[in-house]
Write a protein that binds this ligand. Structure first.
Ligand code: NAP
Length: 499
């Protein structure tokens, strides 16, 4: 053994610095929770005709936050009639520049009340405050700003056509981005001259109901936006089936998307579906590996992995697989899991017990089918719905964890040798919402992007959203686009035949 080798081997192993984070809790004081929330119809709160309310909870503590109205068929009808009347008498013929003023007001009110929205979103959804504060709420405001800009320029967006609004839009949203999904749907609907009825997910209705307050604050004409709450199978079903509805915008599971598509067939109603995903995040050997590690972590652990476009299948070129897996394991060990309202938290609570059970069941199937699990050591709170950041190696394409949407903080790692193999494996899924490509070569990015069957392809980044950029799926991930100029189209009759 040479002197140098001897010296090197005798050096003590560098010990990892023990970073301790002091708690940095965001105060809840800014949120004024009501004991009970009614329906928002025709510009005011009304008690449900059913007389029934259901509880919404804080998933991080399993404690009730408030009671929320359960809308029955009669309530759905009231909302539909209010929205229809508002469309015919107060909104449809308002000049675009006047509609834009309301949208700007809503955007500004969201900004002014951003902390209140962020805290409430984290309380009701379980997502880390740094995400609701830095992503959900600013992006929601940005969507209203962006579409305000289009409201008086529809003729320029579709030259040579005669864009006309459709009427009343039913907008059914999921629990993973409760406020942001409302903004994605409401902003283009209002900008194009439609009125809307929002049906938020039952586990996360509170920011949609706070948004109703913003509509009042912005002095939006009554009935232009209505918010009704209640179980999807009933309230959502009645809403979608109501004859006054001209357009349905749905974000949620592929299963319910199929139900809606069947029910809407032959009715003449327009439909857009944003459904599930099983995105491929592809790392080539020439990628900037440390940046890619951050992109992988953001791709699957952002919002606890409860993201339809999450990078849940990682494809790593074989030559760098070991180094990527090692680095990922050590990065996972630094993620802080816990109180969503702590500003240092990286991974918050799972939104609801059913979802937690679904994640646990799929992870168990991964173990039983022979994949190798890694979870970092971390102490989980005693109450609430929690799941450790998880990765699987030794995954084969036939495993359920490589095929089914887990919708949780679970990454399945596979390998490839050539770009052709990467394309083939990445596209071998029934979904097609998003994909990520990490490489130093611009030409390879373009080559890959052309071949990916995915609505969004990110290059050397992941989970980047912008109101100017269209978002939507292929195959079982749905159809139609939200965002950008494309996002106006589903709310318009471009040949003027709708009215
Ligand atoms: P979901 O059942 O599809 O619910 C989405 C929305 O649709 C909710 O507002 C729901 O109301 C409503 N709904 C349910 N059944 C309906 C029906 N028959 N007619 C009309 N509306 C109906 O999705 P989820 O329970 O929130 O999540 C289940 C799975 O969907 C997840 O595990 C995940 O795989 C996927 N998901 C995907 C996305 C996405 O962005 N692509 C988002 C969330 C979930 P209720 O809340 O009252 O049931």
């Amino acid at each position: 053994m040479s002197d140098i080798e001897r010296t090197t081997t005798q050096l003590p192993e560098p010990s990892a610095p023990a970073w301790e984070y002091a708690p940095a809790p965001e105060s809840k004081e800014i949120v004024r929770l009501r004991d009970r929330y009614d329906l928002f119809v025709d510009g005011r709160s009304i008690e449900p005709k059913t007389g029934r309310y259901f509880e919404t909870i804080d998933p991080a503590h399993e404690e009730p936050l408030a009671e929320v109205a359960e809308a029955g068929e009669e309530d759905v009808d009231l909302a539909a009639r209010a929205a229809r009347e508002a469309w015919e008498t107060r909104w449809r013929d308002l000049p675009g520049k006047e509609r834009a003023k309301y949208l700007y007001r809503i955007a500004r009110a969201l900004q002014e009340r951003s902390r209140e929205f962020a805290v409430l979103e984290s309380m009701n959804n379980g997502k880390p405050i740094k995400e609701s504060r830095d992503v959900d709420v600013p992006l929601a405001a940005a969507h209203f700003f962006y579409y305000a800009g289009w409201a008086d320029k529809l003729e320029y967006a579709f030259p040579g056509r005669s864009p006309r609004p459709l009427g009343v839009a039913a907008q059914i949203t999921p629990w993973n981005f409760p406020l942001l999904m409302c903004a994605w749907k409401l902003a283009p609907a209002l900008a194009t001259g439609n009125t809307a009825i929002l049906k938020p997910a039952s586990t996360t209705p509170l920011t949609a109901l706070l948004l109703a307050e913003v509509m009042e604050q912005a002095e939006l004409p009554p009935g232009v936006v209505n918010v009704i709450t209640g179980p999807g199978g009933k309230t959502g079903g009645w809403l979608a089936a109501h004859p006054d509805i001209a357009k349905i915008a749905f974000t949620g599971s592929t299963e319910i998307g199929k139900v809606l598509r069947r029910n809407v067939a032959g009715t003449g109603k327009r439909l857009t579906l944003e459904l599930g995903g099983k995105a491929a995040n592809i790392i080539f050997e020439d990628a900037p590996i440390d940046q890619a590690i951050e992109g992988i972590v953001n791709g699957i652990f952002f919002n606890q992995g409860e993201v339809c476009c999450a990078g849940s299948r990682l494809f790593v070129q074989e030559s760098v697989a070991d180094v990527v897996v090692d680095k990922l394991k050590s990065r996972l060990s630094t993620l802080r899991v816990g109180d969503p309202l702590d500003k240092n938290t990286d991974v918050g609570a799972i939104n609801n017990r059913d979802q937690l059970e679904k994640i646990a069941e799929l992870v168990q199937s991964g173990i039983e089918e022979g994949a190798e699990i890694f979870q970092p050591e971390c102490v989980l709170p005693e109450r609430g719905f929690w799941f450790r950041p998880t990765l699987f190696t030794n995954v084969s394409q036939s495993h359920r964890i490589a095929r089914e949407e887990i919708f949780g903080p679970v990454l399945s790692i596979l390998t490839f040798r050539t770009p052709d193999e990467a394309v083939e494996k990445a596209n071998n899924t029934e979904y097609g919402l998003s994909a990520g490509i990490w490489t130093d070569k611009g030409s390879r990015i373009l080559w890959m992007a052309e071949r990916m069957k995915a609505g969004v392809v990110w290059a050397n980044t992941f989970n980047r959203f912008d109101p100017a950029s269209p978002f939507g799926g292929y195959k079982e991930s749905g159809f139609g686009r939200e965002g950008g100029r494309h996002g106006l189209e589903p709310y318009l009759d471009l040949d003027g035949g709708a009215v």
